[in-house]
Ligand binder design. Structure first.
Ligand code: SF4
Ligand code: SF4
Length: 434
């Protein structure tokens, strides 16, 4: 698929004539896009910039680790996006001006889960002549050596993908699992969170129920519940059990079909497992929205189009959402009008490693470009929205005034290319994926 779009060109632009839907409306229209920063990823400066770029690009949701500092960094990124939107005007980022902020989601686990683990090893126990295949295979540069016998994994940068574990010839790297605890959030932090995702696995009813009960204080604040589950022979009856346990819901419900976890940046074929599971859940007719994740990448939309799994209707108008009388055990917390209850198409896509890898190489340059407007606030810590102005007489030209020639413009174009595959381009794309 040709996804080349020069920064600043019209393909990635929203205009006043083409207003973006709210996250609720995106779910209804089948154009919901979520960026997954990583359930274990805690690199605050990167999360802040990812949230900023994908908010500007029109994403509906930013999914982050259940960690108060990470949530604050993502919120800061959303504030940065608002600040930049005012400067960008209607040239690149009116998606945000028209629709408001994406929702902020945190991910929790009801039991041991590969998304909730960190790799660990001590280089002092590694042979000095090891070629260190663990180091280059890490997608986030979390493995760092100061010398042959000094180094290991930087926990904040590790999101548990397991690639280093697979390549270590001596099995020196262990995975340390943990449970993300909702009790770790204060009531002040709770109000910053719009949505929660529970990672579960077939057969874990008891663990799920326990976590669901512990989430009772959260539920009145939430706009959305997402359940992430990998495939299994008994996955459909399991998810039906979970639905019965949660119903009635006052908010929309997403089934996140977790195909091949944390693999979207590895190649074209990683998208198949998530799509297969999405088909299975759609065919089962479970109440709720279906959204693939885990291996999704730049080929996912074409593949879904080829299978007829994307709603292919004009998005010029969107139904009001949520409608009155929403919460009923029959509706699953979804709109009770239109064709919402009978779904045969996905409601959106979540991108993890692929979405991050599109813009990660540009983040340092974007920080450098924005630094003069940050005053003394370091990009390594939240600046509480206190953006300054360049103080020198020879102030640089702001990146938003030269988008076609800036890392900010490039990053924004790349993020928009991905987001717009489902939001705009799908109406024009032929099915080109074999
Ligand atoms: S390769 Fe994956 S699991 Fe290993 S340190 Fe890097 S992010 Fe963590
Ligand atoms: S590959 Fe294994 S043995 Fe070699 S440096 Fe990495 S952790 Fe140590």
């Amino acid at each position: 698929m040709d996804t080349e779009t020069a920064p600043g060109t019209a393909a990635g632009s929203y205009t006043a004539e083409n207003p973006s839907p709210s996250p609720y409306q995106s779910l209804q229209a089948g154009s919901w896009v979520k960026l997954i920063c990583g359930a274990s990823y805690q690199d605050m400066p990167t999360i802040r910039r990812l949230a900023m770029l994908y908010a500007l690009a029109g994403a509906d949701c930013i999914d982050v680790a259940a960690d108060g500092a990470v949530v604050a960094a993502a919120r800061q990124g959303l504030e940065d996006a608002v600040w930049l939107t005012e400067r960008l005007g209607d040239r690149k980022a009116s998606a945000l001006a028209n629709r408001g902020l994406p929702w902020l989601m945190v991910s929790l686990n009801d039991s041991e889960d590969p998304h909730f683990r960190k790799a660990h090893f001590d280089a002092a126990h590694c042979p000095p002549d090891c070629d260190r295949p663990c180091e280059p295979v890490c997608p986030t540069a979390a493995i760092q050596f100061r010398s042959a016998s000094q180094g290991g994994v930087k926990p904040d940068l590790c999101y548990g993908c397991g690639r280093c574990i697979a390549v270590c010839p001596l099995d020196r790297i262990e995975a340390q699992s943990y449970m993300a605890r909702p009790e770790a959030f204060s009531s002040e932090q709770l109000v910053q969170i719009d949505a929660v995702e529970i990672h579960t696995q077939t057969g874990h009813q008891a663990q799920f129920e326990q976590l669901w009960q512990r989430l009772q204080p959260w539920r009145p604040h939430l706009k959305l519940i997402s359940i992430s589950c990998p495939d299994h022979d008994r996955v459909v009856p399991y998810l039906q059990d979970l639905y019965n346990l949660m119903a009635p819901l006052a908010v929309p419900l997403i089934w996140q079909t977790d195909g091949r976890p944390m693999s979207g940046d590895l190649g074209k074929g990683t998208t198949h497992a998530a799509i297969r599971l999405a088909q299975k859940i759609l065919q089962a007719g479970l109440p709720g929205h279906v959204q693939p994740a885990g291996g999704t990448n730049g080929y996912t939309v074409d593949k879904l189009l080829a299978l007829g799994l994307i709603k292919n209707t004009p998005s010029a108008s969107y139904p009001d959402f949520p409608p009155s009388g929403l919460a009923s055990s029959q509706s699953g917390g979804m709109a009770s009008h239109g064709s919402v209850l009978v779904r045969n198409t996905i409601s959106g896509i979540a991108y993890g490693g692929y979405g991050r890898s599109q813009v990660l190489p540009l983040l340092d340059a974007i920080d450098y470009e924005l630094q003069p407007w940050l005053g003394n606030a370091s990009l390594n810590q939240p600046s509480n929205g206190q953006w300054g102005s360049p103080t020198s007489d020879t102030a640089p030209v702001a990146p938003w005034q030269r988008l076609d020639n800036s890392a900010l413009g490039q990053g924004l174009a790349l993020a928009q290319q991905l987001v717009n595959q489902l939001k705009i381009d799908r109406h024009f794309l032929p099915t080109r994926y074999g």
